[in-house]
Design a protein. Sequence first.
Length: 87
Amino acid sequence: GGLYDDYNDDGGDGNDDDAGGDGGAEAIDRAEDAAMNRAARLADALSLASTLSSEKRSTKREGGYRVLFKAITQHAAGEGGQEVLES
């Protein structure tokens, strides 16, 4: 057991990376839930975009632009986000 052996991940370390058998399915479910949440946040931000120009208070308007910018740059990742933007 030298330094190389400690960091060598050849599967012989005794750890079962897929223990339980459904860990992968749970990860997929979490990823799908996260994608749905991103799409919902993006849709919410886009629905508010039409009201930003009529907002009289600059602080509310700037806050709305921040939310919209974050939604487009962060929540529009992936195919689902692109579909929401295109619709």
